[in-house]
Design a protein around this ligand. Structure first.
Ligand code: 6GU
Length: 225
């Protein structure tokens, strides 16, 4: 899978997409994550990429032309399954959307900045709009990093234990049960006996019950989805 991220601030993405599991996924050839600096498509000697909003509102907007040229260049190289604009007024991101996107071959994530982007990009080029939650960020980059992380970790082979992505919280609309590791007792704080019992049927039952209990207590909304 290939993810092209268009941004005015590629530095914001460098850490998140080039460390740890996402780095390993790229080293193994399972994912290719490429940031594109909109400034390279800027206009004139100052490489302008933003301009004042028509109609008087304060603030700057990403211009049509640099974004169009960047996307057009990318489309010459390959076809894209989705061109996703990262925006607080998009569809709220969740595990289901991550699952869907992880099945695609080529994605573009377009990061807005300032007050946003010229609406014509959204009308004519963008195929989907995603928000990561009901709060406002300074730009779409951190949101794009989050979407990239959630999607790439689902690609088969990225996480060493293939089953682990499937047993995540949310994959079955349930939160994870509590988990423990050695020692079985620390400062008198004990691991539940069932987990050290070696009775795998009982352990599985306990895990299922705890997952349900935790979901009922903390996120009852998930049980109604
Ligand atoms: Cl995708 N972008 C921005 N700027 N703010 C957000 C967001 C995206 N999702 C939630 N808040």
């Amino acid at each position: 899978m290939r993810i092209d991220i268009i941004t005015a601030v590629p530095e914001l993405l460098e850490g998140p997409v080039n460390q740890s599991i996402l780095k390993r996924a790229q080293d193994k050839g399972l994912a290719e994550i490429v940031a594109h600096n909109l400034r390279d498509y800027g206009q004139g000697a100052y490489r302008q990429i933003d301009d004042k909003i028509y109609g008087g509102n304060a603030g700057m907007v990403l211009m049509v032309e640099p974004v169009d040229q960047c996307i057009t260049d990318l489309k010459k190289e390959r076809s894209y399954d989705e061109i996703i604009y990262m925006t607080p007024d998009g569809e709220r991101f969740n595990q289901g959307i991550a699952n869907q996107l992880s099945l695609q071959q080529n994605l573009i994530l377009l990061c807005g900045h300032y007050k946003g982007i010229d609406e014509r990009i959204r009308e004519h080029m963008v195929t989907r709009e995603i928000s990561i939650g009901d709060y406002v960020l300074t730009g779409g980059e951190l949101a794009a990093a989050i979407v990239t992380d959630a999607v790439v970790r689902l690609i088969p082979g990225v996480i060493s234990d293939e089953t682990s992505a499937l047993t995540d919280s949310f994959q079955d609309n349930l939160l994870s049960p509590p988990i423990y590791t050695r020692p079985a007792e620390y400062k008198g704080w004990k691991v539940p006996d069932v987990l050290t019992s070696g009775n795998f049927a009982e352990i599985e039952k306990w895990n299922d019950e705890m997952a349900l209990k935790r979901t009922q207590e903390r996120r009852p909304d998930l049980l109604n989805d």
